[in-house]
Design a protein around this ligand. Structure first.
Ligand code: F0G
Length: 455
């Protein structure tokens, strides 16, 4: 069952699927969302998003105005920007959990540590299921249902599955989740279970799950909701639109994002380029991608493959959300890095743990994969790529509560036990706040308070 821009409920012929490699363009996409000619990934284009016929000032004012409305599509921080999304004809067909509308926080303490006073965090972990995936899922799940699918499916390191299961449930569809056994956090898995997904823990890694899913969608009437699905990326574009609106359309100098399967960086970059073409912003921020050293396929692809051929890796990192060795959207990511003149860096497990604790101390917190952004920023400042006077936005992709095991192990001092980083991790001791077990006496609590005050 192909997805088509002329399906019932979709504004006729408003958008097209274009191959990112050969440029072939069509109204239809097959279930694998790959180009029928050359098998590369598709992206969604619409002449309306780049034409001069659309007034930037009018868009800004309409988007602002919608925040006062009670309608579901106006309350959604995704569909509020619908002029830059593939449109549905009837807004009642939208599946929404009021996603988006996420806060932009100042991060003064992290800014001091990194040497960049104007530092902000765009916290996508404040979405309904606790991660940035919801912004893409509202769009892709809506189009799955419009195309008549009963089943949706994804391979996941946890957040996509939580989000997909929620939106499928809200939209009356069934969902099938493929996750690597033992390699995702229990809190993410528990979300998929509660939202009613059929959850398969496969004896493989994320890349193995994704390979299997791509075969499955060609054999069964199941709609794939990984970020290979270009509708996901369209929804995720709104992160950048909302961010620029929060900054009164004054672009920051840098936006820094974690890189896993590389869908999110591609989506943010696509949005920045479209915003520039539409005159919504006058200059492009530099978009940089940070990966864990143990899952550094894009870093190696750029350094050793000159961005021309993918260098896959056997991925390993405590930041399980980005434990991905064969990123599907690598070509899209290379394109937006080049177009915005951004950088690509890698950070160690110790650097990730340290950055996560520093974001926690701001009273905000995030999951480990999100913390690579702060760790990477510190490197980019040292290299002189980010200047102290510049403004920087870190995209915090997931909520602190997504991975409590990591956090508790860190504070108890167990995270690096028995690993080669054990002795190096002692440098993080001052960031640990382990719980203490005490007799239930006033004296014991007062003593603890005094010790904390003096330390
Ligand atoms: N941060 C978090 C919290 C994530 O869950 C992911 C990806 C990323 C960053 C990387 O984003 O893949 O677009 O480059 N999680 C996926 C999942 C793969 O299945 O939940 P990306």
């Amino acid at each position: 069952m192909p997805t088509s821009s002329s399906a019932p409920g979709v504004r006729p012929a408003s958008f097209r699927f274009r191959c990112i490699a050969c440029g072939d363009s069509s109204e239809r996409a097959g279930q694998d969302f790959r180009c029928p000619r050359c098998s590369d990934l598709l992206e969604i284009t619409d002449p309306a998003w780049t034409s001069a016929g659309i007034s930037a000032e009018r868009l800004k004012s309409d988007w602002r105005q919608r925040r006062l409305s009670q309608s579901v599509v106006d309350q959604s921080g995704v569909w509020r920007f619908r002029e830059l999304l593939p449109l549905v004809a009837d807004e009642h067909q939208v599946i929404s959990l009021r996603e988006g509308n996420t806060p932009l926080y100042e991060l003064p303490q992290c800014g001091r540590v990194a040497g960049v006073p104007r530092l902000f965090g765009k916290h996508q972990g404040m979405n309904p299921t606790g991660s940035f995936k919801d912004a893409g899922m509202t769009v892709a799940a809506t189009f799955a249902r419009l195309a008549g699918f009963r089943w949706v499916a994804c391979a996941s390191t946890g957040n996509t599955s939580a989000s997909m299961a929620a939106y499928a449930a809200r939209g009356g569809m069934r969902s099938l989740v493929l996750v690597p056994q033992g390699k995702i956090s229990w809190s993410k898995l528990s979300q998929a279970l509660d939202y009613g997904a059929v959850t398969c823990q496969l004896r493989t890694d994320f890349d193995g799950c994704l390979r299997l899913l791509q075969e499955l969608v060609l054999r069964a009437p199941v709609y794939q909701l990984n970020s290979i699905n270009p509708f996901r990326l369209e929804g995720q574009k709104t992160l950048a639109l909302e961010l620029l609106e929060q900054l009164d359309w004054q672009p920051p100098d840098h936006i820094i994002v974690p890189g896993g399967n590389l869908g999110n960086s591609s989506a943010i970059g696509k949005a920045l380029l479209e915003m520039r073409d539409l005159g919504l912003i006058s200059r492009l921020p530099k978009l940089s991608v940070i990966q864990a050293e143990g899952a550094n396929a894009l870093v190696r692809t750029l350094r050793e493959g000159a961005g021309k051929r993918l260098i896959s890796v056997a991925a390993e990192t405590n930041a399980t959300a980005i434990r991905i060795g064969n990123p599907a959207s690598w070509k899209k990511a290379v394109h937006v890095l080049e177009a915005t003149e951004g950088a690509c860096e890698q950070v160690t497990e110790i650097e990730i743990a340290q950055a996560k604790a520093e974001i926690g101390i701001e009273g905000i917190g995030c999951e480990p994969a999100s913390a690579v952004t702060l760790a990477g920023l510190k490197k980019l400042v040292k290299q002189g790529f980010v200047k102290p006077g510049e403004s920087v936005v870190l995209v915090l992709t997931g909520n602190l509560l997504k991975d409590p095991d990591f956090t508790i192990k860190f504070h108890r001092g167990d995270l690096f036990q028995g690993t080669p980083s054990e002795s190096a991790s002692e440098t993080l001791a001052s960031l640990r706040h382990a719980p203490v077990v005490l007799d239930a006496t006033l004296d014991a609590v007062l003593r603890t308070l005094k010790q904390a005050e003096e330390s």
